[in-house]
Design a protein around this ligand. Structure first.
Ligand SMILES: O=C(O)CCC(=O)C(=O)O
Ligand SMILES: [Mn+2]
Length: 200
């Protein structure tokens, strides 16, 4: 399904793969606990985050950035194989992603409209996996003031931001609480796979 130039793959992961992925994410979170970052504007983000891979995403008063280290000072755990194979199957790329960003949304969490533009090279796609409660995903153009459209993402859906949509503004307006039973306590996990190239 094509949506504002963004590829949406509804139901890409069946229930058993979704359940296995939740266990994989729990295992990552044992080595890299979820963080509740502050934005550079001094507001606490409602989404809790962690990561796997060579780099993960951190935020503090000095700004947002990819870092080889967790806030605790230890490196991020490697990206698990079952997550890597989703990237390879969907993109057909030999290059592996450097970061699997993991977002956890409780029923009140949301993510404002933004571009993914800290990765250094936008020729690579971003692959985004939804697990758990339905989420209202909004995507627009490369212009913040451009028109947007919304689609409900369900557990097992995958979104690919690539080509002309790679820098599209996007965000999560809200969750539909208790719409999925995948996570025992409810809420939603989102995994985004990204190639991150260091500035030369
Ligand atoms: O939760 C989502 O579906 C989107 C997450 C996102 O845009 C991000 O982590 O940059
Ligand atoms: Mn994003």
């Amino acid at each position: 399904m094509e949506f504002q130039g963004t590829r949406v793959l509804p139901g890409y992961l069946d229930k058993s793969r979704q359940m296995a992925l939740v266990e994989t994410v729990r295992d990552v979170a044992r080595h890299a606990p979820l963080n509740r970052f502050m934005t550079p504007y001094g507001k606490q983000m409602s989404v809790r985050m962690t990561a796997a891979g060579r780099v993960g995403w951190v935020a503090d008063q000095t700004g947002y950035r990819y870092s080889a280290f967790q806030p605790s000072g230890v490196p991020w755990p490697p990206i698990p194989q079952d997550i890597l194979s989703i990237w390879t199957d969907i993109t057909d790329l030999a290059r592996a992603p450097d970061c699997c960003l993991i977002n956890f949304y409780d029923e009140n969490a949301r993510m404002g409209l933004h571009q993914d533009k800290d990765e250094g090279n936008f020729d690579w796609p971003v692959v985004s996996i939804s697990l758990g409660d339905d989420a209202l995903f909004r995507v627009g153009t490369n212009d913040r003031r451009g028109p947007t459209r919304s689609v409900w993402l369900k557990s097992g859906d995958v979104v690919v931001l690539e080509g002309p949509s790679r820098l599209a503004y996007h965000g999560i307006d809200r969750l539909k609480p208790r719409s999925s039973t995948l996570l025992r306590e409810g809420g939603r996990l989102n995994l985004t796979l990204r190639v991150v190239e260091d500035p030369i």
